[in-house]
Design a protein around this ligand. Sequence first.
Ligand code: SF4
Ligand code: MG
Length: 333
Amino acid sequence: MSLLEVRNLTVEFATSAGQFRAVEGVDVTLDKGEVLAIVGESGSGKSVSMLAVMGLLPWTATITADRMAFEGRDLREITPAERRKIIGKDIAMIFQEPMSSLNPCFTVGFQIKEALRQHLGLDRKARHNRAIELFEQVGIPAPEKRLNVFPHQMSGGMNQRVMIAMAIACNPKVLIADEPTTALDVTIQAQILDLLLELREKNGMALALITHDMGVVAETAERVAVHYAGQKVEEQPVAGLFGRPYHPYTAALLAALPERATSRILPTIPGVVPGQFDRPAGCLFAPRCAHASAICQTRPPLPRGADEGHARCHTPLLPDGKTVAAPIEEVSQ
Ligand code: SF4
Ligand code: MG
């Protein structure tokens, strides 16, 4: 049994111009102690799918899924009180925007101690000591003094560290980290990632890491899910993904890495992720795909099996990474 199991998740938002599908048919599984990286451009639905699991989307969102279970229990079938015990404690999240998730009216010390009181029932002294310990772990200098400071009195990077401290305060079983280190300089970035991996080792914490940074993925993840325009387009163990991508989008992401560039000019993927009103009828990547054929324009591809990286593609890439198999329709003629 997976620790976290989400099947066929779809999230739509009601907008004044109609329904907008932000996530479509996404599966997420996470086992104890596992590190899953979720990668993709902005607008690929990575954050939205995780916020749906946390129950943190606004009322304009319609969420459907075949299953959304933590430790075998469907999160939609438990009582609100049970849910409050799990969310924030067993499943915690580091948000992309620290300032929007810290309360500006309270000191950061109050906020972290309040989380420790509510979820772990620690007494005043234990809360204080644990808060200092957490601040030290995430590299906040002079932690005792910093406890009395309000979020607006600190830099973005420092607030991000406070938020990371809050997320790991209750030793979560699952930590969802949404671009956790983007506002931090490289030294602190490395320190935070090491800390998260240490918690994985020590407590068996599972980590879902949402990131743009393929370098971080290569160093930390065991499995990688690639998202595009709200869909998961490929998922593989990390070595497989870097060594033998099946989906043209994954291959294009990898080709854009500086260390893989064959010339001084980095290749980029032409075009942009389709928006609300320009979603293609067939494959969502077709307008940008170098391998698109006639079938790609009209028929949405379904995910393939694990032996082809679950690639959502009519014609997955061959081992040379440059050519594709003939489309199924042409083969059968
Ligand atoms: Fe490219 Fe076609 Fe595969 Fe889509 S289905 S990724 S357009 S080859
Ligand atoms: Mg995001």
